[in-house]
Design a protein around this ligand. Structure first.
Ligand SMILES: Cc1cc2nc3c(=O)[nH]c(=O)nc-3n(C[C@H](O)[C@H](O)[C@H](O)COP(=O)(O)OP(=O)(O)OC[C@H]3O[C@@H](n4cnc5c(N)ncnc54)[C@H](O)[C@@H]3O)c2cc1C
Length: 304
């Protein structure tokens, strides 16, 4: 059995950020990815990161917009916590080397960043790297992590399950299946962090990568954790649907900048460019069509 201080399962933005933050504190970690290091939904994220950087914007406005978009389902404290840390995280990413798009004429933010606007936001606050923000973030984080002496990387290793102690009270490691050697290895760790992304592949149509199969949620469940809020799945109302090829996202920024959604009848969808995604994807009658497997994306795609 091999050993690691902190075993981080998942090498998207969450896993790599955790590894880098731990390294700053002098803590050694091992990051595992079931494919290559640069992987996950992070690599596919297009639009950008919302943060209050514009002098005319405010944290209160961002919190308010988020709570409205959340239709009463958000945890107020979690929203406040996240919004308050947004500007600092963007600066941290910029310092690491993420090549965000700049705006030489931007007098409104000290960072000189180009800010765009997306549905649900009352201000321009989306920081982006052209239309491939996730790729810029993921490749930068991966590059810094690979060069760090306190971070080890295990690519093409699939975590199958967590290892519990005899009392089944503590997680003490994980079983990793090596896709090259086709062998399973038990890796011991003082601490295991699950950062395996979402479970959107339960839907027939999804903008998420194939690896978003809820592995970490299932492992946590089998280890005895409570699982909650599974109804909150990321989806996009502007996905391209084609019978013969993989569905992919058409940037939501288009809608934010004024692109028009049309219904299958070609009538204009009665949603404005600032309508949040959840409301945009509801049918004009107000019903949510996503009860059926994949319905929301297919319908939205047919209507876009
Ligand atoms: C098309 C698209 C566009 C998006 N646009 C935006 C946007 O504009 N702005 C925004 O804020 N968010 C956007 N998102 C959402 C954002 O990308 C995700 O919320 C975020 O990247 C999630 O990061 P993560 O690290 O939690 O998971 P992921 O990036 O999905 O990483 C999961 C990692 O876990 C690994 N993994 C999974 N299972 C196992 C296993 N069993 N064993 C080992 N490793 C495993 C994977 O290999 C991967 O490395 C978008 C998502 C998509 C798909």
């Amino acid at each position: 059995m091999s050993e690691s201080d902190v075993l981080i399962i998942g090498s998207g933005a969450a896993g790599l950020t955790c590894a880098l933050k731990l390294a700053q504190m002098g803590i050694r970690s091992t990051v595992v990815s079931k494919t290559q290091l640069q992987s996950g939904a992070t690599l596919w994220a297009q639009g950008g990161i919302s943060a209050v950087l514009d002098h005319d914007d405010s944290l209160d406005a961002h919190v308010r917009d988020t709570l409205i978009a959340g239709a009463g389902l958000c945890d107020d404290q979690a929203v406040k916590f996240t919004v308050e840390r947004g500007p600092g995280v963007v600066r941290w990413l910029k310092e690491l080397g993420v090549a965000f798009t700049l705006d030489s004429g931007a007098a409104n933010n000290a960072e000189g960043l180009h800010l765009t606007r997306e549905g649900g936001h009352s201000h321009r606050r989306i920081v982006h790297a052209a239309d491939a923000t996730g790729r810029a973030v993921e490749t930068t984080l991966a590059g810094v992590a690979l060069a760090h002496p306190l971070i080890s990387v295990r690519e093409r290793q699939v975590s199958l399950d967590l290892i519990l102690d005899e009392a089944r009270e503590r997680v003490v490691g994980a079983y990793l299946y090596d896709r090259n050697s086709k062998r399973v290895e038990a890796v011991q760790a003082k601490c295991v962090l699950l950062a395996t992304g979402g479970a959107n592949q339960v839907y027939l149509y999804s903008s998420n990568p194939y690896g978003a199969s809820g592995d970490g949620i299932a492992m946590a469940w089998r280890a005895g954790c409570r699982v909650a809020n599974m109804e909150f799945m990321q989806f996009h109302p502007t996905i391209l649907y084609h019978q013969g090829s993989r569905s992919f996202l058409i940037s939501e920024a288009l809608r934010g900048e004024g692109a028009v959604l049309r219904l299958p009848t070609t009538a204009r969808c009665p949603r404005t460019r600032t309508t949040p995604r959840s409301r945009t994807t509801r049918t004009p009658s107000g019903r949510e069509p996503h009860r059926a497997r994949g319905g929301v994306l297919r319908r939205a795609a047919r209507g876009s």
